[in-house]
Design a protein around this ligand. Sequence first.
Ligand code: SAH
Ligand code: SF4
Length: 433
Amino acid sequence: MALNMRKRKLEKIPIFYESALTAACEEREIKTIHFKRLWKHIMTTPEKDVDFESMSQLPRALKKLLREKFTPCSSRLKKISHSKDRKTSKLLIELQDGNLIESVVIRHSDTRSGGHTVLCVSSQVGCRMGCTFCATGTMGLHANLNAGEIQEQLLIANRHVAKIRNIVFMGMGEPLDNWGAVKEAINGFYDGRKFGLSFQHMTVSTVGVISKMRLFSDTFPKVNLALSLHAGTQNVRKQIVPTSKAFTMSKLLDAVDYHNNKTGNKVFIEYLMIGNVNSSLNDAKELSERLKGRDVIVNLIPYNKTETGYDYEAPTLKQMEAFQKVMMDAGYYCTLRKTTVSGQDIDGACGQLAIKGLRKRDALDVESVVPDIKRSSSKEDTCIPPDMKRACCTKSCGSCSCECCASSSDGNTMLTLAAVGVGLLAYLRWLRK
Ligand code: SAH
Ligand code: SF4
């Protein structure tokens, strides 16, 4: 949990937050076999008609528990905006404690299978990584989402926009800085009793949290990994990604090697091109040198203007094409996203997701990010209701930081888009192959 971040007080627990539901049921000796029916009812029933009381097969004890402590969906769709070309929709979602997040839906119609729809999910309210080009980074970190809240974004998108096939963690936040919840959510997206998506249709984008990258590769060898590298040298990266002081280029590239070897899969290298920072031919040569021998796909993304207080320029198309040529001549598969991206008219493009008015109120010093990540491990800052704490602790959920959990001795052993994400278009192109 971030040092200065206020604990979240949640009145009701999302039913999709499976570890909390399991703990509560075990405490009352209720069988978890009923979960499938519960989730199915929520997903197939119009929101206003969801009613567990009328479900004849549910035990009375479970109905009582749900009434007292749980909610079918703790988040609420507050606003939806569609881009002019109707390909992109941005969802403003209000969490039960008033925090706001954004998710983005992108529709693709040009595939052999007749098209598919991608949801870009948020994992945090804001982000504490502080990348100097990113609107979300200007907010600082306000809260970690729990696994239920992450999955509810899919529930809401399925309900209000379209049936989603792909998930990308490229919305607000750094997913590997909220690993416990993200891990549970990925399993939830995959779970046939809930959404039944395939691992190959999910992508986690990270700015690079080394220890969690390895954990990710070990845990989800089939889920795609995208690394937001944005530079070919440590010196350039340090200027734009403050966390690279601790998570150096060489450590990140070791983690890329680890992923390649462990999973046999390519890593998507996301390279945000800022005209006056990292877009020269020399930058391209440095990048191609650093990536040599690695199994990667490079996605070049033009910087989208955001109000971060830096004098950054978007790259010219000429700069981008020249950069791409260097990479391709060196043998890399390298895609280039053109500057006009669907969604920009609704601030739904890369780096533009930020809740207006929310600034770095609770942000941490960047310097404190690394020790804090080590200390906090997978713990979420979500405080489940007081009388649930004991159940959670005794069942070692490892995903909350309620008082009991916080005081238990070895929390550290627990596993712990602003944007239509980086490389998204390229990634989708790749998926179509
Ligand atoms: N925290 C994760 C995922 C969320 S950010 C990460 O950084 O990878 C999603 C993507 O948006 C990142 O690749 C990031 O580089 C990109 N992005 C951020 N600000 C941007 C901007 N102003 N213009 C274009 N892309 C941006
Ligand atoms: Fe956080 Fe990613 Fe934005 Fe960096 S680019 S501040 S890691 S959301």
